[in-house]
Design a protein around this ligand. Structure first.
Ligand SMILES: C[S@@+](CC[C@H](N)C(=O)[O-])C[C@H]1O[C@@H](n2cnc3c(N)ncnc32)[C@H](O)[C@@H]1O
Length: 193
């Protein structure tokens, strides 16, 4: 089973397209903030959350509960593709239903490898993966640049280092980020692949 969560009007053939709003005619109506989710443990082969996660879990307990559910339903090694607007882009700021910024570092907090590294380094970061008993490693991060930054970079007018500086300093540099996570489940978990 492959889940397209918060599908809206972008359905994917062969996937279970899920949304809480009947008006977009999802295959299954589910409020993703109502926990637990209706799918069995270790039953899902792939998940996409495209422009959805930033709408979920204004309350921390709900947001963290959603990650526990993502982990519970995942088969070992399963990939989750998360596409989000960059928190310093107007696309994020303009929508009143966006309840929290999603960043690649924020998602890395669900990696037990990162948690152990930060603990060994004496960092103060909350080891969320260890605390929640979940483990997602980051497979890839892709950034889509906004204009005029995209054009300037393509024309060779600015370097990657210039872009890194701009992205951490100004608004509207990165438009959206696509982050792929992989669920790491212990040996003995059902359906290990
Ligand atoms: C910005 S749209 C993105 C739609 C689609 N994924 C896309 O990329 O075009 C966000 C979608 O998430 C859905 N959504 C928001 N909160 C939800 C929830 N608690 N449970 C299920 N779906 C939710 C909305 O109904 C909406 O269809």
């Amino acid at each position: 089973m492959r889940l397209n969560l918060g599908c809206g009007n972008h359905k994917v053939d062969g996937w279970l397209n899920v949304d809480k709003v009947p008006a977009c005619n999802p295959d299954q109506i589910v409020d993703l903030e109502a926990l637990p989710w209706p799918w069995p443990a270790d039953s899902v082969d792939e998940i996409v959350l495209s422009h959805v996660l930033e709408h979920l879990g204004a309350a921390n307990d709900v947001y963290l509960g959603i990650f526990k559910e993502l982990y519970r339903v995942s088969r070992n090694g399963m990939r989750i593709t998360i596409i989000v607007p960059h928190p310093r882009h107007d696309h994020f700021l303009n929508d009143p239903t966006h309840v929290r910024p999603i960043t690649e570092i924020g998602l890395l907090m669900f990696s037990q490898t990162a948690n152990r590294y930060w603990i060994a380094a004496g960092g103060a970061d909350t080891p969320l993966g260890i605390y929640l008993g979940i483990d997602f490693e980051t497979v890839s991060v892709q950034r889509r640049l906004g204009e005029p930054w995209s054009g300037r970079f393509e024309r060779g007018e600015i370097t990657s280092a210039d872009l890194d500086y701009a992205a951490s300093t100004y608004n509207n540099v990165i438009q959206q980020t696509e982050i792929v996570l992989r669920a790491i489940k212990p040996a003995g978990s059902k359906n290990n692949t």
